[in-house]
Design a binder for this molecule. Structure first.
Ligand SMILES: [Fe+2]
Ligand SMILES: [Fe+2]
Length: 170
């Protein structure tokens, strides 16, 4: 397997675990601030990110390569309000989309069809992730400072459950 593509895939495992860690920090803020629905939503997001990490790990191992273990970056833990959290989450997901797209392009450039095929699922997943968060941002902007509207959204998003295609869990 090409060393550069392998390194990018190994780094992506770290990125997915960092995503989980970031969302843990966000879920903790929601817990501290009595948004139990968004707390639950973020906890489900943590599970999804760990499943993404597992999916990358499995692929690297299925290709007979080893995993690497670097430090996980420290996530921010100070947030202004729910809108601020989801805006940071959106920017973060766009960065993840970019890093996955970069691995896809590198795989394509060297004719690594296996990696290209594997990464297709993640590219669709990122479109979904960006859309979901962007919808929440839109609705939080409508809610503004209205406690009633914020509590209604909190209740609604608390119904999210963990599902992932291919039944991958960490
Ligand atoms: Fe992810
Ligand atoms: Fe994500």
């Amino acid at each position: 397997m090409d060393n550069n593509v392998l390194k990018m895939l190994q780094d992506q495992v770290n990125q997915e675990i960092y995503s989980a860690y970031l969302y843990m920090s966000m879920s903790s803020w929601f817990s501290d601030n009595s948004y139990q629905g968004f707390e639950k939503w973020m906890r489900v997001q943590v599970q999804e990110e760990l499943a993404h990490a597992a999916y990358f790990m499995n692929y690297i191992q299925d290709r007979n390569q080893s995993l690497t273990f670097e430090a996980i970056a420290k996530p921010n833990s100070e947030w202004k309000n729910p809108l601020n959290i989801f805006e940071v989450s959106y920017t973060h997901e766009c960065g993840i989309t970019k890093s996955i797209t970069d691995i896809f392009v590198a795989s394509r450039n060297i004719g690594d069809i296996k990696s290209e095929t594997f990464l297709q699922w993640f590219i669709s997943e990122q479109i979904e992730e960006e859309k979901t968060v962007s919808d929440i941002i839109g609705r939080l902007k409508i809610a503004g400072d209205s406690s009633n509207a914020l509590l209604m959204l909190d209740k609604e998003y608390g119904t999210k459950i963990f599902t992932m295609a291919a039944n991958i869990t960490f």
